[in-house]
Write a protein that binds this ligand. Structure first.
Ligand code: IMP
Length: 188
């Protein structure tokens, strides 16, 4: 795909690299002041979308903070959450006695997250909280407690900074709207 073809699939930038960097600086500041013992903090990333957020957030936190990963099923190749969550890869870490912070790319309907919170809370963690780079409006009304929110974005399908459409666009350093013709073509 050429750069021109890539640009025609996008419909404007929702969060620039500078917006993302400022949001992550603020989140890291809040997290540092809330978790005074870095060695008890475990960041849990949800693959694959949270990879970029995790990498950039972890580099803003003390070196004693640990990281672990889970993979769960979400959208597949479409643009709507199914509400059906399956564990594709479980954590390596034992959560007993740890403070867990789930690191998310985006909270939309909150379905994935509310399932994940319930699941991790049943494993003996001292606390389980959530940090997300992006939040859509629907997430603000569902009953999912998200303690750390980077940027509130409009209710549209976005890609970049870890977020994909059919595995494309994850590597964009900013977050952009996906042009509607892209998923309209796939639905044909
Ligand atoms: P939720 O269960 O509706 O909150 O969605 C959870 C997951 O769906 C996120 O972690 C993303 O992987 C994916 N997702 C939600 N909204 C978008 C979007 O606008 N672009 C790409 N992926 C999204």
């Amino acid at each position: 795909m050429t750069m021109d073809e890539l640009a025609s699939d996008l419909d404007g930038i929702v969060a620039t690299e500078a917006d993302i960097s400022a949001a992550l600086d603020r989140l890291a500041g809040e997290i540092r002041s809330d978790y005074t013992d870095p060695s008890s903090l475990l960041l849990v990333g949800v693959l694959k979308g949270a990879v970029m957020v995790m990498a950039d957030l972890a580099r803003r936190l003390p070196p004693g903070v640990a990281m672990d990963w889970m993979a769960v099923s979400s959208y597949g190749a479409g643009t709507r959450s199914s509400g059906v969550v399956r564990i594709l890869k479980d954590l390596d870490a034992d959560l007993t006695g740890r403070h867990v912070l789930i690191v998310e790319d985006i909270v939309d309907s909150g379905r994935t997250l509310s399932w994940l919170l319930g699941n991790l809370r049943s494993r003996g963690a001292l606390s389980v909280e959530v940090a997300t780079l992006l939040r859509k409006p629907e997430a603000a009304v569902v009953n999912v407690p998200v303690k750390y929110v980077g940027i509130d974005i409009p209710n549209a399908f976005v890609v970049g900074f870890g977020l994909d459409y059919a595995e494309r666009f994850r590597g964009l350093p900013y977050v952009a709207l996906l042009a509607p013709h892209v998923y309209a073509e796939d639905a044909e």
